[in-house]
Each structure stands twice: as structure tokens, then as C-alpha cells.
Write a protein that binds this ligand. Structure first.
Ligand code: GLU
Length: 470
């Protein structure tokens, strides 16, 4: 590796910047991380000892507010990592037209070493520190889950924030991916995995793209390897399998399982829940080192764990034709070079895993409007359609059956609207990226660089509209 995660992201930025015509100072402003807050605080462990916790929140770009991005609980969280991830959030939001700046938080802990009570104390204290420095708020900076966090931590964050900011009407919009009863939205839990599926489906349905890779169009029958059975990997694997793809291997930090006939994803998830590991899953072969499974025969590799998994070292041995970056930063620049030579298609993180933040945006809008999507229209829509069917029956000999009336008139639920908004965002952005890439020449620009060009142009426009830069 030539440098850290931040230099990896900045390399991608610089490569893309060469395809734009923006003023160098404007480019420097877009690339720079606007603010980083580091904090340490003591917490009492259940055994009575005291431990010092180290945590960060980086706000990369305030060209749109609030800034947005997850909070990661992992042992190797660092200043470099949160800044890199915050920058990716800025570009991601711009690419899929979500009107936020980018941010990211991290707490340097291995969550498996802490009890639920300890995790609650850490989360609430971290939130308190963010409030104190105004690094959180519905119009300031809005966290969400990331590696090692979930809806439960978001509930603690929302509760701590609302308690301190007593009476703030929009307090619940201070964090997204909350549990439903605490202002969450239907469909957020599986949103990133579902977005990965929509992105892959759209790519595989593109005959021209598939022809270049020597693959048949469509997801059906495609062999997939998934790395990481966390939230993103689990749902991506499920949706891909439901669409007829074959999940031939699943890799985890403690080993992998392989079955060329296809793994039953639901059964594997249930097995892991019961045994605490995937190893020993009936019918599959165990692989001792999880990372080795990335090199098995397949069409699509879905890294859904952490950064720096695919490097200049293992990339030459990776057989996949498509690398679908469900994780943030899984492919190093050295690996990018290898894949460019091999003609492997990389679906970049800044587009492919944007489903989470897209649905976070819907949740934030829902919280600010204080009404569930569809609540006002659903019944009215159904009534109008029923009247229309009645009018058709009146004017023709057609008689609709009860089940036809039911399917035709059914109004959209919150879930339907969330899924349709997510699908629309992923599909539209895919075609935008392809258009940018094809404009410059497929052999000149990777989809990652096209995505970054698109992001830079959109963020630049915000600054240009303010009249600050030439
Ligand atoms: N942590 C997720 C990401 O990397 C989601 C961020 C959000 O919803 O704000 O995109």
C-alpha cells in the first residue's frame, strides 16, 4: 500500500479532478476535510475498572447541511480512517443527489469485548460530547449506523440528544436508522443491501456492459462471493439469491464457507446466529482463512466488510469479472490498476453502497415532516382508483374481479414508497455515471473515476453558486 485510507480516497479524487476544469483552489476546498473532532473520555466497566475511550467525528464538507454519515465501532478506528470515510460520504451523497455534506464518526473499541450496558454508556457519553461541541443536530450533522453499530445505538443517540435538547421539535431527526417506534422508517435496515442489489441488477441487465465482460445479461445464474455477513452483506446476499444469483461462498473474519452449487443464505444466517460462526455449515466446505475465499471462481465479488481487503497482492488472483463494492474502500489503488489491466468492472462504493444514506435521507425528511409517508394519500388514492374502475365498468362490458380490484387500487405504503425512491435513485445515478464514463471513453475512465468526476462537478456547483470561487 502506498499510503493510508485518506490518501487512497484523495488519490481517487486527484485522478478524477484531472477530468474536470475547476479552479485548483476550489478543488482544494472540496477535497479538504472541514472539521475533525477528537475526544477521549473515561467509562466504568462492569467489573469496576475505568477505561479511556477514544472517539472521533469528521465533517468533511458543509457545502450542504446537515452533514451525514455513520458511526463505526471498531478497534482500528483512527483519525485517518474517519476523514477518509467522511470524504467518501460527501462524494456518495453528491452522486445520488442526496442533499447532505459528508461526515463520519468512529469509536475505537472492539464491540464484542463490551457488555450491552457498557456499550450504552459509551454511546450516550459519545453523544453528549458531540452535543457539547455542536457536532450533532438535525440541521448540523446527522449520524447513522456503520460497521459495528445498529438501530439500538441510534436509539440511545436519539434519546440522549432529545433529553439534552429538551423541547426541540425536530430532535428525532438528529440521527437516522432508528428503530421504527422511535421515528425510524420502514426499509432502512436492509436499505444498503437492497441498493447493492438494485445497482448490480441494473449493471447486469445492461447487455453492452455484460458483453464487454464476456458475461450473459441478467443476474440469474451469476456466481457471487460475499465477504462479510454483517447487515450489508446479509441483505445483499439475500436479495441477489432471491433474484436467481448463486451465492457460492461467504467469507468472514474467522474463515469462509464454499459450495459451488449455491448456499442457502437464510439457512447460513440462521446457522451463524445459532453457532456464532459460519464454519461447519452443512453441505459447504470450510476455508480456514476468510480472505482466501475471495479468489475462488465466481462472476461477482461483493466485499461487504472493511476497507483494504483487495490489494495489489491478491487482486491478480481474483477471478471475478465484477467487483461490487458494498463496503467503503475495499479496493486499494494498486488493485484498481490490476483490475483495469484485466478488464474487471468495479462498481464503486461511492455509488453502489449509497442505499443506506438514500433511505436515511427519507427518514430525515419523514422526521422533519412528522408524518409517515403515504399516510395522507393512501386511502384517497385507493378511492380514486376504485371510482375509475367503476367508470370503466359503466362504460364497457368489463367486470373486474375482487382480486383485480384489490391489486389495481392498492395505495402505496411507506415501505413501497421507500423502495421505489431507493430504486429510482440507484437506477438514475447508474445511468448518469455510465454517461460520464462513456463521454470520456470507456477505456479512459473507470466507473470509479466517472463517479468521482460527477461528485466533484456537483459539489463544485454549490460553491460556484455561492460566488466564492472563480
Ligand atoms: N454508514 C452508511 C454509509 O457508509 C450510512 C450512512 C448514513 O445513512 O448516513 O453510507
Amino acid at each position: 500500500m502506498s499510503g493510508g485510507f485518506l490518501s487512497q480516497v484523495n488519490d481517487a479524487f486527484d485522478t478524477a479532478a484531472r477530468f474536470t476544469r475547476h479552479d485548483p483552489t476550489l478543488l482544494e476546498q472540496i477535497k479538504s476535510c472541514n472539521a475533525v473532532y477528537y475526544v477521549s473520555f473515561p467509562i466504568r466497566r462492569d467489573n469496576g475498572t475505568i477505561e479511556v475511550i477514544h472517539a472521533w467525528r469528521a465533517e468533511h464538507s458543509q457545502h450542504k447541511l446537515p452533514t451525514k454519515g455513520g458511526i463505526r465501532y471498531a478497534p482500528d478506528v483512527s483519525d485517518d480512517e474517519v476523514q477518509a470515510l467522511a470524504a467518501l460520504m460527501t462524494y456518495k451523497c453528491a452522486i445520488v443527489d442526496v442533499p447532505f455534506g459528508g461526515a463520519k464518526g468512529g469509536v475505537k473499541i472492539d464491540r464484542r469485548q463490551y457488555s450491552e450496558g457498557e456499550l450504552e454508556r459509551i454511546t450516550r457519553r459519545y453523544t453528549f460530547e458531540l452535543v457539547r461541541k455542536r457536532f450533532i443536530g438535525p440541521g448540523i450533522d446527522v449520524p447513522a449506523p456503520d460497521y459495528g453499530t445498529s438501530a439500538k445505538e441510534m436509539a440511545w443517540i436519539a434519546d440522549t440528544y432529545a433529553t439534552i435538547q429538551n423541547g426541540e421539535l425536530d430532535a428525532l431527526a438528529c440521527v437516522t436508522a432508528k428503530p421504527l417506534a422511535q421515528g425510524g422508517i420502514r426499509g432502512r435496515t436492509e436499505a444498503t443491501g437492497r441498493g447493492v442489489y438494485y445497482g448490480l441488477r441494473e449493471t447486469c441487465d445492461n447487455a453492452e456492459e455484460m458483453q464487454r465482460l464476456g458475461l450473459a445479461p441478467g443476474l440469474e445464474g451469476k456466481r457471487v462471493i460475499v465477504q462479510g455477513l454483517g447487515n450489508v452483506g446479509t441483505y445483499a446476499a439475500k436479495f441477489l439469491a432471491d433474484a436467481g444469483a448463486l451465492v457460492v461462498a461467504i467469507a468472514e473474519y474467522n474463515g469462509a464457507i464454499h459450495d459451488p452449487r449455491g448456499i442457502d443464505v437464510d439457512a447460513a444466517v440462521a446457522y451463524k446466529k445459532e453457532k456464532g460462526t459460519l464454519l461447519g455449515f452443512p453441505g459447504a466446505t470450510d476455508i480456514a482463512r476468510g480472505i482466501d475465499a475471495l479468489e475462488l471462481p465466481c462472476d461477482i465479488l461483493v466485499p461487504a466488510a472493511l476497507e483494504h481487503q483487495i490489494t495489489g497482492e491478491n487482486a491478480p488472483r481474483i477471478q471475478a469479472k465484477i467487483i461490487a463494492e458494498a463496503a467503503n474502500g475495499p479496493t486499494t489503488p494498486e488493485a484498481d490498476v490490476v483490475f483495469a489491466q484485466k478488464g474487471t468492472l468495479i462498481l464503486p462504493d461511492v455509488w453502489l453502497n449509497a442505499g443506506g444514506v438514500i433511505v436515511s435521507y427519507f427518514e430525515w425528511v419523514k422526521n422533519l415532516s412528522h408524518v409517515r409517508f403515504g399516510r395522507m394519500q393512501k386511502r384517497h388514492e385507493e378511492e380514486s382508483l376504485r371510482r375509475l374502475l367503476g367508470a370503466i365498468e359503466g362504460a364497457t362490458t368489463k367486470r373486474f374481479s375482487a382480486s383485480e380490484v384489490q391489486t389495481i387500487t392498492e395505495g402505496a405504503t411507506e415501505e413501497d414508497l421507500v423502495y421505489s425512491g431507493l430504486e429510482e435513485s440507484m437506477v438514475v445515478s447508474y445511468h448518469q455515471l455510465r454517461e460520464v464514463r462513456n463521454r470520456h471513453g470507456v477505456d479512459k475512465l473507470s466507473l470509479r473515476t466517472a463517479a468521482m468526476v460527477s461528485a466533484i462537478d456537483k459539489v463544485a456547483q454549490s460553491y460556484l453558486d455561492m460566488g466564492i470561487f472563480p
